[in-house]
Design a protein around this ligand. Structure first.
Ligand code: NAI
Length: 244
């Protein structure tokens, strides 16, 4: 028997990376998983491999959210697990960041989870409750020079998580934020990024599966937590060790 038998989970940005690993683990625990992404080819493939269902959902589009929420609820049942994972990063100091990049990062990383919580929480409440996991970042816990828009977006998501935890408390909906450090994905799989974690307490990149376990813990086991931060960052937010 799985920890999530009978539950319906909507995971955004689920075609690859942390989202794909989370979708796979939730499915392995018995959830019916809606694999949501704009990347149709990889999303469909992932959905097929884990026994989930693919839905095209651009998290920046509130109409897509309305269609997905209604479609998933009618196809699979009411969504009681929402993982707002889709996110993008962009480099740039405050002085370097263009207005266009600023708005693009905010649209995906902040508008997306906002639309998602606004659209999906009513059906969760109607179903008697649920869990929302917002994937922020260690950049939402500490100041991160050089990634101004990304860091601001992840702090915003951490704050929005706390608002949601309070607003949805009486609907029996827990809302948590997960804060990954550098995780090995095609984008971070470079000597430059490996070098960046050398002085962290745990001097390696995380694996998507390690974050998926944290997401599952939040959904299934963290039953006395809401509004809280769950950190899997190799110790990054704690500090650095000078290894020379
Ligand atoms: P990734 O880049 O491997 O995958 C992101 C997925 O989101 C892709 O499948 C992409 O198609 C999808 N996506 C992008 N824009 C979208 C949109 N508008 N609507 C729907 N889907 C969209 O990302 P990764 O590395 O797995 O990151 C997942 C989350 O974890 C993000 O929120 C990211 O900010 C966060 N994170 C990642 C870290 C890392 O080192 N990989 C570190 C800290 C946080």
């Amino acid at each position: 028997m799985g920890k999530l038998d009978g539950r319906v989970a909507l995971v955004t940005g689920a075609a690859r990376g942390i989202g794909a690993a989370s979708a796979a683990l939730l499915a392995a625990e018995g959830a019916r998983v809606a694999v949501c992404d704009i990347n149709e080819a990889d999303g469909k493939q992932l959905a097929e491999s884990i026994g989930g269902t693919f839905y095209r959902l651009d998290v920046t589009d509130e109409n897509d959210w309305a269609d997905a929420a209604a479609g998933i609820s009618s196809d699979l049942g009411p969504v009681t697990v929402l993982v707002n994972n889709a996110g993008v990063g962009t480099g740039g100091t405050i002085r370097d960041t263009t207005t266009r990049d600023w708005h693009r990062v905010m649209a995906i990383n902040v508008d997306g989870p906002f639309f998602g919580m606004r659209e999906v929480s009513p059906q969760m409440a109607e179903a008697g409750g649920g869990v929302i996991v917002n994937v922020s970042s260690v950049a939402g816990l500490v100041g991160s020079p050089g990634i101004a828009a990304y860091s601001a977006s992840k702090w915003a998501l951490r704050g929005l998580t706390k608002v949601a935890a309070l607003e949805f408390a009486d609907d029996n909906i827990r809302v948590l934020s997960v804060h990954p450090g550098v995780v090995r994905t095609p984008i971070t799989d470079s000597d430059f990024m490996r070098e960046r974690v050398r002085n962290r307490p745990i001097p390696r990149q995380g694996e998507p599966e390690e974050l998926a376990k944290m997401v599952l813990f939040c959904v299934a086991d963290a039953t006395f937590s809401t509004g809280s931060e769950f950190v899997a960052d190799g110790g990054h937010a704690t500090g650095s060790i000078n290894r020379g």
